[in-house]
Design a protein around this ligand. Structure first.
Ligand SMILES: [Zn+2]
Length: 96
């Protein structure tokens, strides 16, 4: 199975195993980060896209990311599997 480089919910990089979420059986998720996904469920299933953008912006500001990086990350979120309504493990080929 192909591992994602970015969380398919918040778009944060998953470039270390410790950053990935966990499945029900406690194996590592290759799709979502640990902030978004734990034990096979979203940590905040009720979250809206706008709430996610706010959260990501706050997290990126904490890391003192450049404005350009923040803007790029925020514009990318809506194309992630979670917000396209894709629960599965495949990349979407449709970029609107
Ligand atoms: Zn995430």
């Amino acid at each position: 199975m192909e591992a994602y480089t970015f969380c398919q919910s918040c778009g944060m990089p998953i470039d270390r195993p410790g950053l990935s979420g966990t499945e029900k059986d406690h194996s590592r998720s290759t799709i979502y980060c640990r902030s978004c996904y734990r034990d096979g469920e979203y940590t905040r299933p009720e979250m809206t896209l706008d709430e996610m953008k706010d959260w990501v912006e706050k997290e990126l500001r904490k890391t003192k990311a450049p404005e350009e990086t923040i803007a790029r990350s925020l514009s990318r979120i809506k194309f992630l599997n979670r917000w396209l309504g894709i629960r599965a493990i495949h990349h979407s080929c449709e970029w609107h």
